[in-house]
Design a protein around this ligand. Structure first.
Ligand code: NAD
Length: 321
């Protein structure tokens, strides 16, 4: 039986990865500061603890795992990442986790390790035009991410690639673009745009109004969680280290996103544009490299992903009421 370690297994992507690895017959150990809020973990062993702590990390990385997935990070949506208020935590905590996990895996002679980087590493100067952003993998340099979150991810990409170069580790790196779906954070300040919009629409009356940060003309693409997991596994088991985008190339404005969710909800919704943390003007996944290297790219439509996500968030909202 193969075994896998999932760091950040109590989080959104990590908990979905645990489920998928269990379906494939793996023995899975999950590690996180917390359990998943939304469903019982399926991991064979789930350890609560802090991956910034070297001693703890050495205890849980106690064998030669066949695959390690490193998702643990101090992160959130625009309200967490772009206000500047959490920069020290984001940089310190995530870098500490990456340095510990990677080095201890190397010392246990573990070869295969996946690292979740982000589209936030791309330079701001290529993402000023909402209709024409450039997020080709090789456009990352000269580097100028618009957040400390992006700088930490870029540092950690280099860290992982150094262990590939110097220690022969089979590092695989994806740059995720806005992953969303069921059992993702939907309130509390760390939620991302699709979840926040679904929550606001679910809570609004038909004919009501919801608040949108900025003019809503800023563009993004959003990838449904199942395809994120599929792409991650394909990359991890391929011979290509990356970094490579894992994202959807169906770019929409935030205003369009709101209209789509309102339509799914069957509600008429007015948008009130208010100041708020925004990030870059435009961003879209460029999928040429992943197609070329893996012969695969995400294809699920935004509408399909939103239907499932809206239904789940509406249910969560109703349970709260
Ligand atoms: P998430 O916040 O749901 O999961 C991260 C998990 O890491 C959390 O459960 C958190 O408790 C855990 N964690 C944080 N600090 C820890 C510590 N010191 N020790 C142990 N666990 C700790 O985030 P997610 O959406 O599942 O993202 C997973 C990874 O993918 C992250 O590295 C994130 O930066 C990256 N990523 C996500 C997206 C996205 O859209 N979701 C986009 C780009 C990159």
């Amino acid at each position: 039986m193969k075994n896998a370690l999932v760091c950040g297994a109590g989080g959104f992507i990590g908990s979905h990865m645990v489920k998928r690895l269990k379906k494939e017959g793996f023995w899975v150990r999950g590690v996180d500061l917390k359990f998943s809020e939304f469903s019982e973990t399926e991991a064979d062993d789930f350890v609560i603890g802090d991956l910034r702590d070297q001693f703890f990390s050495r205890q849980i990385i106690d064998r030669k795992f066949d695959e390690v997935y490193q998702f643990a990070a101090d992160m959130g949506g625009a309200g967490f990442v772009f206000t500047g208020e959490n920069d020290a935590d984001i940089m310190h905590n995530s870098a500490m986790i990456n340095m510990n996990v990677l080095d201890i895996c190397h010392k246990r002679n573990i070869k295969k390790i996946f690292y979740s980087s982000s589209a936030c590493i791309y330079p701001e100067y290529n993402q000023l035009d909402p209709d024409n952003p450039n997020c080709k993998e090789d456009s990352a340099y000269p580097a100028n991410p618009d957040s400390e979150y992006g700088w930490e991810k870029l540092f950690s990409e280099h860290l992982f690639l150094s262990y590939l170069r110097n220690h022969g580790m089979e590092v695989r790196i994806a740059r995720y673009h806005n992953i969303f779906g069921v059992e993702g954070t939907w309130d509390g300040g760390r939620e991302k745009a699709p979840a926040a919009v679904c929550r606001k629409v679910a809570m609004a009356e038909d004919g009501g109004e919801i608040e949108i940060w900025g003019d809503g003309i800023q563009t993004r693409s959003f990838l449904y969680i199942d395809e994120c997991i599929e792409g991650t596994l394909r990359l991890t088991r391929s011979n290509f280290p990356g970094p490579v985008n894992i994202g959807s190339d169906e770019m929409v404005s935030i205003n369009t996103l709101v209209d789509m969710v309102a339509k799914i909800a069957g509600k008429k919704i007015r948008k009130k544009h208010i100041p708020g943390p925004l990030g870059v003007r435009g961003r879209n996944s460029d999928n040429d490299l992943i197609r070329e290297q893996l012969g695969w790219a995400p294809s699920c439509s935004l509408r399909d992903g939103l239907e499932k996500t809206y239904a789940w968030i509406k249910d969560q909202v109703e349970k709260m009421e």
